[in-house]
Ligand binder design. Structure first.
Ligand SMILES: [Zn+2]
Length: 204
């Protein structure tokens, strides 16, 4: 895909995540694969303010070294690079990664149980429960790599995971697909929680 098109998709995905409320304020980050590396959200700023002209983004290698322009990538740059490296190693088609602090998914994550395929949509589109990973720091670090890598080795079709008390990591063939996947995770978590509440209240 041409770089111009990738930036257009990044803008649409970033704005959509903000508009849908799966990310508020200046948290969350996203990236898309490009030749020779990735385009990743820069540090600080809101997804709402990133644009296709390149504001709010920085181009880096998969190891997080800045290529252009000068700027500081998100603190989650390691996570984004790791996702593409794992995808390459396992022959998976991953062109975009959306990481956001979506409230229902975070709420579910405190259970430390995999998010079940509560809805038909999740069964059809994902076909597996969504694992929850307990990372001890505010951002994914190299020491977390083995646990994350293992998830994909066990299930190469896995479209993402949830970080305990933190947020979701959603993958897609491009950043638009990754953003849609993040929305599906959030929808599923909301329904799983409300369903559990209904059962507890004796509604059914
Ligand atoms: Zn985060």
């Amino acid at each position: 895909m041409e770089k111009e098109k990738i930036y257009e998709q990044l803008e649409i995905a970033a704005h959509r995540a903000y508009a849908r409320g799966i990310q508020t304020g200046n948290g969350g980050n996203c990236s898309a694969r490009m030749e020779g590396g990735m385009i990743v959200k820069s540090s600080g700023g809101s997804l709402a303010d990133c644009n296709k002209e390149g504001e709010g983004f920085v181009e880096t290698t998969l190891d997080g070294e800045v290529l252009s322009p000068s700027g500081k990538p998100t603190r989650e740059v390691f996570l984004h690079g790791l996702m593409y490296k794992i995808a390459d190693e396992l022959g998976l088609s991953v062109g975009g990664v959306m990481h956001c602090h979506s409230p229902w998914a975070i709420s579910w994550s405190y259970s430390k149980k995999a998010l079940p395929m509560t809805t038909l949509h999740m069964q059809l589109k994902v076909g597996c429960d969504l694992p929850v990973v307990d990372v001890k720091t505010a951002s994914v670090q190299p020491e977390d790599e083995p646990a994350i890598r293992k998830l994909f080795e066990e299930n190469p079709k896995l479209p993402g995971f949830i970080l305990v008390g933190h947020g979701v990591v959603a993958l897609g063939k491009d950043i638009l697909a990754a953003e849609h996947m993040a929305e599906l995770f959030e929808e599923t978590a909301q329904i799983a929680i409300t369903k559990a509440a209904c059962e507890k209240l004796g509604i059914y």
